[in-house]
Design a protein around this ligand. Structure first.
Ligand SMILES: Nc1ncnc2c1ncn2[C@@H]1O[C@H](COP(=O)(O)OP(=O)(O)OP(=O)(O)O)[C@@H](O)[C@H]1O
Ligand SMILES: [Mg+2]
Length: 484
């Protein structure tokens, strides 16, 4: 299920939104809590300042407010602090811990106070519980009062102002509840949004997939139009079109291969059939029967040869051809193939020579397949070199590669055909005349030898190079990775 892009996008969307909304909610809650508390703190500080300004210390040791100068404030303060359990309180202590005055709203209740802390810290805020059991914010401040009738100069007093903060808690708790209830709703909307975004983003992919599935072996020439494809899929469309190009060309090759193979098989079959029919029309002499049977045999051999090559190509292509890889000494294997074809060279009046390397060079390969390669290349050289010419097979080496080079003084290959000769059924003569019919007597090839060579060399991780000059001769160089 997690293989679905839609689901992954939605989960990512949800995850990012969850982290964001939970983080933001937490930040908002904390920020609001401290903003509300600082408002209370500022208010307590103001009250404390006001109290300081208002107190007048009398001989009796009681605190009163300066009516003349701050009448308004006085009235406000008296109302504020007089109602019992109003939530607004103050307390004033001398530095020796004796109580100087408390707000009437406190009644007989005392706010918690630590004289030592107040004296050492100058001022601080903390929490406490009020006379009505309400939560309080308490501001404690050490203050030095200038002289009065009773108190000597620079007398230190500790003023505490307190406010109930139930309202603040009520507000931030309701904010918290709102956040807690709204987060799931936001996440649900985010999930829906994620699904929608994923769905919209995947529409081009769906279109792309539809276009791809519309392509089959019947319309392999069709391509994905890059102009109409979204930017992110352009690269994919390019790679897909390249794959289609390759598929189309190998499909074409296969089709041509089948048609060429059928054509080359059909010809001997037609010859056999027509000869047999003609012979069967009336009684023939033993010589006539013999001649016909000879023709049938020649054409059957050609068919057999063709079928064997086709099967070999198919096995090599499908990597089903048995290969026994082992260490092969190149000087030995080239010598063997030259000796094998010496009688042919002799009959044709061609000088065939093997030039081994002074050093022993080894490759890792299947001996029978490498034999096939050498015989095919030598056979070609002998086939296309006129009488009096020469064919030389050399073994050479570079630092990393072993090379078998076959040089002939034959008719050569035109520059523009050097690659085509490796194509299946390609024969220079046949392609020039557009004539594909094999002429048994002239011992025409099938045009498959070099494609088999190429297939075997590729299976051995090697490569073939060919250089040729028309009328002068050809050099085939076969490279193998050297075995140390
Ligand atoms: N040494 C060469 N000199 C000149 N032409 C060559 C030489 N080797 C190959 N060719 C050309 O390349 C063509 C393809 O060679 P390839 O070996 O594949 O087929 P073939 O020899 O005609 O038939 P097959 O090898 O299947 O019996 C040949 O028909 C020939 O025209
Ligand atoms: Mg050949």
């Amino acid at each position: 299920m997690f293989n679905s892009i839609k689901l992954r996008l939605t989960v990512w969307f949800l995850l990012i939104f969850s982290i964001y909304s939970i983080g933001f909610g937490f930040y908002l809650y904390e920020k609001q809590k401290w903003a509300s508390l600082s408002a209370v703190d500022r208010y307590l500080n103001n009250q404390s300042q006001m109290l300081t300004g208002l107190i007048e210390i009398y001989k009796s040791g009681k605190i009163d407010f300066e009516l003349t100068e701050e009448e308004t404030n006085y009235e406000r303060l008296t109302t504020l602090y007089e109602i019992p359990e109003s939530g607004h309180y103050y307390q004033i202590y001398f530095s020796d811990g004796s109580l100087l005055s408390t707000s009437p709203s406190l009644g007989s209740f005392h706010l918690p106070v630590s004289i030592e802390k107040a004296l050492s810290e100058k001022q601080y805020f903390d929490f406490g519980i009020g006379p009505g059991g309400e939560r309080l914010r308490i501001y404690t401040k050490k203050f030095t009062i200038s002289g009065s009738d009773l108190i000597t100069d620079n007398q230190v007093v500790i003023i505490q102002t307190a406010e109930q903060i139930e309202d603040v808690y009520g507000f931030i708790n309701s904010l918290r509840n709102h956040l807690i209830y709204s987060i799931p709703v936001i996440l649900f909307i985010a999930a829906l949004g994620g699904l929608l975004v994923a769905w919209i983003s995947l529409i081009p992919l769906k279109d792309f997939s539809k276009k791809v599935s519309d392509i089959s072996h019947k319309n392999l020439d069709k391509r994905i139009g890059k102009e109409k494809t979204v930017m992110e899929l352009k690269e994919l469309a390019g790679s897909f079109n390249n794959t289609l190009d390759n598929l189309e060309s190998s499909f074409e090759q296969q089709k041509r291969f089948i048609s060429d193979a059928s054509h080359d098989l059909k010809t001997p079959v037609s010859v056999i059939k027509s000869h047999s029919e003609i012979q069967l029309r009336k009684e023939r002499s033993p010589d006539e029967y013999k001649k016909t049977l000879k023709t049938i045999l020649d054409h059957s051999k050609r068919m057999e040869g063709l079928i064997e090559r086709l099967l070999l190509i198919s096995r090599l292509e499908q990597k089903r051809h048995p290969m026994k890889m082992k260490r092969i000494l190149l000087n030995a294997i080239t010598g063997e193939s030259v000796s094998m074809l010496s009688p042919v060279a002799e009959i044709k009046g061609i000088r065939l020579e093997s030039m081994p390397c002074p050093k022993d060079i080894y490759i890792n390969g299947d001996k029978l397949s490498i034999d096939d390669v050498l015989i095919n290349v030598l056979d070609n050289a002998l086939k296309f070199t006129p009488e009096g010419g020469s064919v030389i097979m050399k073994v050479l080496e570079t630092d990393s590669e072993a090379i078998i080079e076959v040089t002939d003084t034959g008719k050569g290959i035109p520059e523009d055909r050097l690659q085509s000769i490796f194509h299946r059924f390609y024969r220079l003569d046949a392609s020039r005349t557009r004539e594909r019919l094999p002429d048994i007597k002239s011992n025409n090839g099938y045009g498959l030898g070099l494609s088999i060579v190429m297939e075997i060399i590729e299976n051995h991780h090697g490569r073939v190079e060919v250089q040729s000059k028309e009328g002068k001769g050809t050099v085939f160089s076969i490279y193998f990775p050297k075995m140390v």
